[in-house]
Design a protein around this ligand. Structure first.
Ligand code: DAH
Length: 342
């Protein structure tokens, strides 16, 4: 067996295949050349195996080339024969015209960011859950230490439902899912909750009446502020990349004590201060804290035994920061000219 030998065999096969007049003949040729044991090409494999290694690899290459060419020719001729057997194309229709390329979509930048956050949190053991967008006052406010007269309620300009749905509202944040989760079964909880929230804000470059949040909650025995700091630092680092700084600041939320806000260093000035961060060098990206003992009690948990942390962030704002969008509304208007750029 030589290279020439193999090449000539291959060429002869290609010629015969191209001339095959029907499927039966094509099948006969397939068996003749590629039949499993006795095919003229297939059976050369056994001879190949007997050769010394360096010769085997040289000839092996020619063998593979011939075999592949014959397989392709068989497929091609089969398609030609099938087409020939089909009814003729209607007048004016050219079946050989190349098909139009299908346009492929991709994930919306906010969906992609939420998926990214869920993936990072999943690696830390957080399960992704959902909650209702239509809530009651109790879960959205009261159980979170926001009684009717609480001043913090002023910041939530809320869409209240009317008519038969009186008493219900469109959730102003994803925090009510903390309560729903804790009231549904015993600890430990480690959840991440992405979803839409609603506020009676006038649309402007940094506000939209509908936007997204991702809530996190971790409650167990012995969960400490150090766990919160570690989790946030890791999560933010994974989302923004290791070169961005993370800063935690004391803050206030009625449902956490102590409360923290997390900032990430500005991506444009790297902390020096510029127009985009209003000279501060840092951009606020989430609220968090240790779950308030009264909130645990509201959920039926003993704060002497259990403790935990919670956080809430806005993936739209983060996406806008990450992709350098000046107007957050660009994310909701579904203008393909813009979205295709991501
Ligand atoms: N619910 C807050 C908001 O809508 C965000 C938030 C702050 C969530 C602190 C939390 C938290 O879970 O602990 O702005």
């Amino acid at each position: 067996m030589t290279e020439t030998d193999l090449r000539e065999l291959g060429e002869r096969a290609l010629e015969e295949i191209a001339g095959a007049g029907d499927e039966a003949e094509l099948e006969r040729l397939r068996l003749l050349y590629l039949g499993r044991r006795s095919g003229l090409i297939s059976r050369r494999a056994a001879a190949l195996a007997q050769l010394p290694p360096e010769r085997r690899s040289e000839l092996g290459r020619e063998f593979n080339r011939a075999k592949q060419a014959v397989e392709e020719a068989l497929g091609r001729r089969q398609a030609e024969l099938a087409l020939g057997a089909a009814p003729p194309a209607p007048a004016g229709m050219d079946l050989s015209w190349p098909r139009r390329a299908l346009e492929r979509g991709h994930q919306h930048p906010v969906a992609r960011l939420i998926r990214e956050i869920e993936d990072v949190a999943a690696a830390l053991g957080f399960e992704s859950v959902r909650g209702p967008e239509v809530e009651d006052d109790r879960h959205n406010f009261e159980l979170l230490n926001l009684p009717p007269e609480h001043p913090a309620r002023d910041t939530h300009d809320t869409f209240y439902l009317e008519g038969p749905a009186q008493g219900w509202l469109l959730r102003t944040h994803t925090s009510p899912v903390q309560l729903r989760t804790m009231m549904a079964g015993p600890p430990p909880y480690r959840i991440i909750v992405p979803g839409r929230v609603y506020r009676r804000d006038n649309p402007d470059p940094t506000h939209n009446p509908v936007f997204f949040q991702v809530e996190g909650l971790c409650v167990d025995e012995g969960v400490s502020l150090a766990d919160l700091k570690g989790t946030l630092t890791y999560l933010i680092g994974a989302i923004f990349g290791p070169e961005r700084g993370v800063r935690l600041r004391a803050s206030y939320f009625p449902y956490t004590e102590p409360s923290l806000e997390a900032d990430v260093s500005c991506g444009f000035c790297r902390g020096g201060g510029c127009r985009s961060c209003l000279g501060k060098g840092w951009i606020e990206i989430l609220g968090s804290g240790m779950v308030h003992p009264q909130v645990l009690r509201n959920a039926g948990l003993d704060p002497e035994r259990y403790s935990g942390f919670a956080f809430g962030m806005g993936p739209d704002r983060i996406a806008a920061l990450k992709y350098g969008l000046e107007d957050i509304r660009d994310l909701y208007e579904n203008d393909l000219r813009l979205l295709e750029g991501f």
